[in-house]
Design a protein around this ligand. Structure first.
Ligand SMILES: C[S@@+](CC[C@H](N)C(=O)[O-])C[C@H]1O[C@@H](n2cnc3c(N)ncnc32)[C@H](O)[C@@H]1O
Length: 420
């Protein structure tokens, strides 16, 4: 049968062919080896081909779903309910550090180094390999892939995966139970996490009472800040607002001060106080290299803001940790400190309108949103929900603008205080 107009799958294959051509040209002009899962694959592809790369990813995702068809889509193919065990084991058994970067060894030898029985080890590691994490160049032999080497050594990436798979994933499996058990409560201690861990402590509290987890979480925040591609560097934040035009900034829930340092480093005279819970602040480096322009201060943001009349109160990636009920209280605790014209700037993800982005991105966004619900009983928000959150906290907050930046960037939203 010949179709008079191209079918969707034929359109998609043309998109793939066109954009793969652009990527091929880049690899060729740079003298790079053919893309593979081996160690010579570049860690990140450059911005110049990012649009072509995204187009290929979107089109292959849709093509793959169309080829699976309704039955396999409904069956959740490939079986996803156990799909993360291999990667969880790679991190938990620290397999990457037990194998030299260019080494090859047997499953048996590697299992022994990791202290795990060989049969289970082999089955589980082969699942990770099915996702290109480690490889089996010859039957029975293990070697690193490009991805598995990233787990070697001290890296926040390991903490990132450990938090995702040891904390968030079990919480996700109990999220619906928690909603039913606690009658759809917004309380932070009535999340899937509380069902999975059988605890009354919020995820944050539980993390803080465990030294290892607390440090891991802080390292994850720094890791997210340092990685390219998802827009978590400070460049967008620094471009979205004239930080030189203000004298005093309070970075609330500022963690180890990565953003505060960037603000001070990139301004001439702006002062920044980084606030977080006292135990986090105790860990933050006490910087002296900025003429005292960067300071740290322990403060619980549910209590009244002690630093009055700052020009900017800034929350980066904080309010998405809290349901509307709690986020409203955080904003209200600021009110006594605000002077007319103070800005409240937040840097957060803005959920795009449903259906406005390809499913390839929609899948990620929906999973991020539910990860917040599972662990914190909180949420990601669209633009209307952000504006609504501020106006229901206090009608004197006035929305100024939202600077969305490039794909994947955390947006910068500015509100001003119109009260006295
Ligand atoms: C998702 S992290 C964001 C950290 C940092 N702003 C960043 O973007 O990397 C949330 C931060 O809120 C802090 N936090 C949680 N509860 C807090 C509270 N009650 N008072 C102050 N900070 C709190 C956490 O310690 C953590 O550093």
């Amino acid at each position: 049968m010949v179709f008079s107009t191209p079918t969707r799958i034929s359109e998609l294959s043309s998109i793939i062919q066109l954009n793969v051509g652009i990527i091929d040209t880049y690899f060729d002009s740079e003298g790079l080896a053919s893309p593979s899962f081996d160690l010579d694959y570049p860690l990140d592809l450059p911005d110049t081909i990012s649009q072509a790369r995204t187009s290929v990813l979107e089109a292959t995702d849709e093509l793959s779903d169309l080829m699976l068809g309704p039955r396999q889509i409904a069956e959740c193919h490939p079986p996803q309910h156990t799909s993360l065990i291999g990667i969880q084991a790679v991190i938990r058994w620290n397999i990457a550090d037990h194998l030299g970067e260019d080494e090859e060894t047997t499953f048996e030898e590697l299992a022994e180094r990791c202290g795990v029985p060989k049969d289970d080890f082999t089955r589980i590691l082969r699942q990770a390999m099915s996702k290109h994490i480690f490889k089996e160049p010859r039957r029975g032999i293990v070697a690193h892939s490009a991805a598995s080497t990233l787990y070697r050594g001290e890296t926040g990436l390991k903490d990132f995966i450990s938090i995702a798979l040891d904390d968030i994933w079990p919480s996700a499996t109990r999220m619906l139970d928690a909603m039913e058990k606690w009658n759809y409560s917004q309380d932070a201690n009535k999340a899937g996490f509380n069902c999975s861990q059988n605890t009354d402590e919020t995820y944050m509290q539980s993390m803080r009472s465990n030294d290892g987890r607390r440090k891991a979480f802080s390292k994850v925040m720094s890791y997210m800040q340092s990685r390219p591609g998802f827009g978590f560097t400070s460049s967008h934040l620094l471009a979205a607002f004239d930080w030189n035009s203000v004298g005093k900034v309070v970075d609330i829930g500022g963690g180890l001060g990565d953003t505060g340092k960037d603000i001070v480093r990139n301004t001439k005279a702006t002062e920044c106080v980084v606030q977080d819970l006292p135990d986090v602040i105790a860990e933050a480096e006490q910087e002296v290299e900025f003429d005292g322009r960067l300071r740290f201060m322990g403060h619980n943001f549910f209590e009244e803001q002690p630093l009055k009349d700052a020009d900017v109160y800034f929350f980066r990636w904080v309010l998405h940790d809290w349901s509307d009920m709690h986020a409203t209280n955080i904003l209200r605790s600021l009110v006594p400190a605000l002077k007319p014209g103070s800005s409240v700037i937040i840097q957060e993800f803005i959920i795009p309108p449903s259906g406005s982005v390809p499913f390839y991105h929609e899948k990620t966004i929906r999973c991020m949103d539910l990860a917040m619900k599972a662990a914190f009983n909180s949420k990601e928000r669209d633009i209307d929900s952000w504006i609504q959150l501020f106006s229901s906290a206090d009608s004197r907050f006035k929305f100024v603008n939202a600077n969305v930046g490039g794909a994947g960037n955390l947006a910068v939203l500015r509100f001003t205080w119109e009260g006295n």
